[in-house]
Design a protein around this ligand. Structure first.
Ligand SMILES: [Zn+2]
Length: 124
């Protein structure tokens, strides 16, 4: 996807999380990962925000971008706040082949990419 394809969005709000600025859009479903030095790789962003989250189960979710949804619980209330950088109950594309949302309590991930799925389920 090209940078100028914002699907009608004029600009995206940036949500500060630690050293990162995350913009996750509930309209065009894009996620941008940034730091003071510029763009951040999505996998680094995911690791920074959610690396300490624990896989607690899977869901068969209707309406998700993939048939199976991985459920991750935050290790603390403080870490749970990282979820607030993302729209609740709206799937956004956190990385190539990786969709993300949350319900205010747990992180929900969906992917059709088999290798990524296995990496995720193996635990960080
Ligand atoms: Zn947007």
């Amino acid at each position: 996807m090209k940078l100028n394809q914002l699907n009608g969005c004029q600009e995206h709000n940036q949500f500060p999380v630690g050293d990162l600025l995350v913009s996750a859009c509930d309209k065009c479903r894009r996620v941008e990962w940034r730091s003071r030095d510029g763009e951040v790789d999505p996998s680094e962003g995911m690791a920074a925000l959610f690396g300490s989250f624990e896989l607690v189960g899977t869901l068969d979710a209707l309406g998700s971008p993939a048939p199976e949804v991985l459920v991750y619980a935050p290790p603390s209330v403080r870490k749970r706040r990282n979820l607030l950088a993302f729209p609740k109950r709206v799937w956004v594309k956190a990385a190539p082949d990786l969709w993300l949302t949350h319900d205010g309590e747990n992180l929900l991930l969906a992917t059709n990419h088999r290798l990524l799925f296995e990496n995720l389920t193996r635990g960080a």
